[in-house]
Design a binder for this molecule. Structure first.
Ligand SMILES: [Mg+2]
Length: 269
């Protein structure tokens, strides 16, 4: 029996580019993407969608998404725990976040006491902890899918805390500073769902930090953007074959070089 025809949701792009923000597309210190403008323009001309992939919330990403002129292209937010869909920014809701908060509330008191999440803090506390302005911290607190926080208990307590959360279907990732709780999706998982949706012929991913590694390794081409403010990433799977490369220049300068070279390469085929 013939399978029913399903409509094609998007014209199939030649490529889909996934990029981390801080230290990758955005300068580590100034948060500027000025140096990447030539490559951003080439992507636009070539009809290649740019997917932002970040630990930031949808509320934090929306103004940058707008300044970059990314139109209807979704962005990966909260480290892959959610998507920001500019066509329907309000439809995501925060049900997943409320589940995390309920799971925390249901923990034995001694385990709960060791964890202080953004939801337990005022915006000005988050501003102090993160170095964000109070306004930016307010946007960082508008969470829908994940809960970052600080663990202040013992290592054994942390192990029991994480075990108890696992019983609620939650897992945790330790970043440079925050322990982030979520239902377990990574940037690479969210990337896979967008690849199924857009069906690009090729994928390019760019990042600078350990939370980008899975995404870099999952892409057809990966680019490690030089970041002089953090220890370099270890040698990744795919660097030996040239599938993953490193930029000479840091941040948006390196990003610009790598994306222009990628577009040159695919347009020469
Ligand atoms: Mg980064």
């Amino acid at each position: 029996m013939a399978r029913p025809m399903t409509p094609e949701p998007h014209p199939r792009p030649d490529a889909l580019v996934f990029t981390d923000l801080d230290g990758t597309l955005l300068d580590h210190t100034t948060y500027s993407f000025e140096a990447a403008r030539p490559a951003l323009e080439r992507l636009r001309q070539s009809g290649i969608p740019l997917v932002l992939a970040t630990s930031k919330t949808a509320a934090e990403v929306a103004p940058l998404h707008e300044r970059l002129g990314l139109g209807a292209t979704p962005a990966i937010v909260e480290n892959g725990a959610g998507l920001y869909d500019p066509a329907a920014p309000e439809t995501g809701g925060d049900a997943a976040y409320q589940e995390i908060r309920s799971a925390l509330a249901a923990l034995p008191r001694d385990l709960r006491a060791g964890f202080q999440g953004f939801g337990d803090l005022e915006a000005h506390d988050v501003a102090t902890l993160t170095g964000l302005s109070e306004e930016a911290a307010r946007l960082a607190c508008k969470r829908c899918h994940s809960e970052p926080g600080l663990w202040s208990g013992t290592e054994d307590g942390k192990r029991r805390f994480l075990e108890a959360l696992l019983g609620h279907g939650l897992s945790a990732r330790q970043g440079g500073r925050f322990l982030t709780l979520s239902h377990g999706s990574s940037k690479a998982d969210a990337m896979a769902s967008l690849v199924r949706r857009f069906r690009p012929r090729l994928t390019l991913a760019l990042g600078d930090a350990p939370n980008d590694v899975e995404m870099l390794e999952a892409a057809d081409c990966g680019v490690i953007v030089r970041n002089d403010h953090a220890p370099p990433l270890p040698l990744l799977k795919g660097e030996d074959t040239g599938r993953i490369t490193r930029t000479d220049r840091p941040g948006p300068e390196g990003w610009n070089d790598a994306v222009l070279a990628f577009i040159d390469r695919i347009s020469a085929r």
